[in-house]
Structures are given as C-alpha cells and as structure tokens.
Design a protein around this ligand. Structure first.
Ligand SMILES: Cc1cc2nc3c(=O)[nH]c(=O)nc-3n(C[C@H](O)[C@H](O)[C@H](O)COP(=O)(O)OP(=O)(O)OC[C@H]3O[C@@H](n4cnc5c(N)ncnc54)[C@H](O)[C@@H]3O)c2cc1C
Ligand code: SF4
Length: 342
C-alpha cells in the first residue's frame, strides 16, 4: 500500500481546507470501502482526512415530519432508529440488506453514498478500466458483466452503483446536503448526486473538490404510504444486489394509486428512479398486467449485455411482486423471501 498521511479533522472547515488544498487528499468515513481500495492499489491518496468524528452524527426528526440525517451517522444506527423503522421502513430494510452487522457499525451515510462500483476490472489494477484509468478501455462490455448495469450506461462504462441505501433514498425523494471548502452549502436530490458515465466515467459525482457531504434530508412521507425494499442477490447474505427495488405507494379509497415512487438498484450507475413506470401506474389500480407493463415502459431504453439481460425479467418480476405484496398486505418474509437481515 502506498504511504499516506492521516489527519482526524476537528471541524468541517479544517477538513475541507485540507482536502481542497491537495488533489491527492480524500475524506475517510468508516473506511469500509476506501481502505479496501487502498489495499488493492485502486485508491492511492497521499492524505486521508477522517471526517467520521465530525458532529454530523445525529438523526433529527423534525416537527414538520422531515428528517435530517447527519453524514457521519453509522449505517447500523440509522437502520435501528425507531423513527426511521416506523415512518421510513424501506430505508431501514435497505440498510439491513447490505453488508454485515460489523460493516454497518463502521460505515457512514456519506461513505455509503460514495462507495465505488464493485466491477471486477475496476478493482483489479492489472486490467484496463476507463473509470480507474481514463482512456484505457472497458473490458467489462465483452467480459464479465453479469452484475453490471442495463440502464443509463455508455459504451465507455457499464458499471452499476452498489449502494442499497441510495435506492431507498431515491424512492424517498431524499436530498443530499453539501458543504464547500468556503463554507457555502447547497443541496442536490440524491439521484442528481451521480453523473452519467458518458465519455468520462471517472467523473462520478457532482461534488466539487473538497465538497463534504454533511447530511441527507428526507421530506415527510405521504400519510398512509406503504413502503418496502427488496433485493435479489446470489447469496442470502453478504452479497450485493443483482437487482433491488425501493417502493413507496399509496392507494386511494377506490383502489387506484395516488402516490407512486419506485427506485431500482443494481441496474444503473446510480440509484435509478423509475419515473416512466410511476407515470404508467399513477391513477390506476395496480393490476398485475399493468405493473408488468409499467416495468416494461421503464426498460424501453435498457441496453442489456449478453450476460446480464436476465436482469430485465428480474426487474419486471420484482417491481410487480413488491407493489402487489404491499397493496395486498402480503408478507414476503413469511415465504422465506423477505427482507432478511444479514
Ligand atoms: C464485504 C462487503 C459487503 C458489502 N455489501 C454491501 C451491500 O450488500 N450493499 C451495500 O449497499 N453496500 C455493501 N457494502 C459496502 C458498504 O456499505 C460500504 O463500504 C460503506 O457504506 C461505505 O461507507 P464508509 O463510511 O465506510 O465509506 P468510506 O470507505 O470511508 O468512504 C467511501 C467514499 O466516500 C468518501 N467520503 C466518506 N465520507 C465523506 C463525506 N462526508 N463527504 C464526502 N465524501 C466522503 C470517501 O472519500 C470515499 O471515497 C459492502 C462492503 C463490504 C466490504
Ligand atoms: S464497466 Fe466501468 S468500471 Fe467496469 S471495466 Fe468498464 S469502465 Fe471500468
């Protein structure tokens, strides 16, 4: 591993100044992704600035129903927060479907959002990869891409974003709070945090140099909304999503859906808000044929590769089953296929 300096920042200004001043400086949250990438030689920082002890470690439930979640809140703390479990259950379910108890205790909200793709070529410094080494090529398209994306890709990169939590946040219309080195603050919707790969897959987010994620904000949930996160993976625990879905829906008295939010994971370079599917479902009863047609509408522009075309059918089945189970009150866990905790 390359030698590096470590500083534990005492406040946000110090942290931002340190990182903004040096192009080889990075923030450190729980280190569960960054340190692995440093060991692999994928990340080679000269300075690591620890922001995990900054005072962004609270989950604040506000009187208007919104929630402000500090960027340094640990994944396990957020998953176990009573207000989150009760009012935003898909967020808790998504967190508990990821990694392991030990990792979740270390991992932070900000680090989870910015974790890097699990594409095997990206993690292997002996292989070309446009994301790691711009212009070197993308072997995944003709090689191993079973886990990678089918939506929002480019010919230069077909990586998928691995975060389960981000999928739940996209379905919940979350915004991310950012703080620049000069102290200026701004917010971006979680979906817009990520840049499309285009010709520059090494540019992954809209963050400016030194910009710090300080919090994630959830708006108040619609009263009566039903929510669920589900994940399909190769192993029952300790595995990333092949496909996941975060759903929040509400049924009017006549059975039609008057609120629909659907986000997909494991299928795109960012959490993918399924707006075409939502449009097809809004104002209608969630019959199975319509649910499948809605998922089909979302996938109209999908660009599957030979090894991951199976994801299209999985997405369709998962979206249809998740919405149907929610509105009928079915509990998938009862059949052994629910939101298990690893
Ligand atoms: C074996 C294993 C299995 C896993 N399985 C899953 C899974 O199933 N689902 C899933 O979603 N995840 C999974 N993960 C990933 C895990 O969730 C992430 O590693 C974790 O969330 C990253 O958080 P962290 O705080 O440790 O980030 P770090 O590793 O500390 O940082 C990650 C990135 O975020 C940046 N960063 C950190 N904090 C800030 C900040 N405040 N502002 C700006 N940038 C910041 C860092 O510079 C770095 O680039 C798994 C990880 C492992 C090792
Ligand atoms: S899919 Fe993206 S991350 Fe994977 S090899 Fe291609 S360019 Fe690299």
């Amino acid at each position: 591993m390359k030698e590096f300096a470590y500083v534990r920042a005492s406040d946000a200004d110090e942290a931002a100044a340190l990182v903004a001043d040096r192009p080889d400086a990075v923030y450190l949250g729980g280190g569960t992704n960054l340190v692995d990438l440093m060991k692999l030689g994928v990340a080679r920082p000269g300075l690591v600035v620890d922001v995990s002890r900054l005072p962004y470690d609270r989950v604040e439930h506000r009187s208007d129903g919104s929630v402000l979640i500090g960027g340094a809140v640990r994944n396990s703390v957020l998953a176990g927060d009573a207000g989150i479990r009760w009012r935003f259950p898909l967020l808790s379910q998504a967190l508990l479907a990821g990694a392991s108890g030990q990792l979740r205790t270390a991992a932070t909200v900000a680090g989870n959002l910015l974790q890097r793709t699990r594409c095997g070529y990206f993690q292997d410094v002996t292989k070309p990869c446009n994301k790691r080494e711009p212009g070197s090529g993308c072997p995944a398209a003709a090689g191993a891409h079973r886990e990678l994306a089918v939506l929002g890709t480019s010919e230069h990169c077909v990586a998928s974003h691995p975060s389960d939590m981000a999928v739940a946040l996209a379905a919940l219309d979350a915004t991310v709070h950012l703080r620049s080195p000069g102290g200026t603050e701004r917010t971006v919707p979680v979906e817009e945090l990520y840049l499309p790969p285009g010709r520059t897959p090494h540019r992954e987010t809209v963050l400016a140099p030194g910009e710090l994620i300080t919090a994630v904000e959830l708006p108040a949930p619609p009263p009566g909304a039903l929510m669920r996160f589900r994940k399909v993976r190769d192993r029952w625990s300790y595995a990333f999503a092949l496909v996941s879905v975060g759903v929040s829906v509400r049924q009017a008295d006549d059975g039609t859906l008057d609120r629909v939010a659907i986000a997909l994971g494991g299928v795109a370079p960012r959490p993918w808000r399924a707006r075409a599917a939502e449009q097809r479902l809004l104002g209608h009863r969630p019959e199975d044929a319509l649910l499948r047609a809605a998922a089909g509408a979302e996938l109209a522009d999908a660009r599957p590769l030979p090894g991951n075309a199976f994801k299209l059918g999985l997405i369709t089945d998962l979206v249809a089953a998740t919405v149907r189970d929610l509105v009928t009150g079915a509990d998938p866990a009862a059949g052994g296929h629910g939101e298990e905790q690893s």
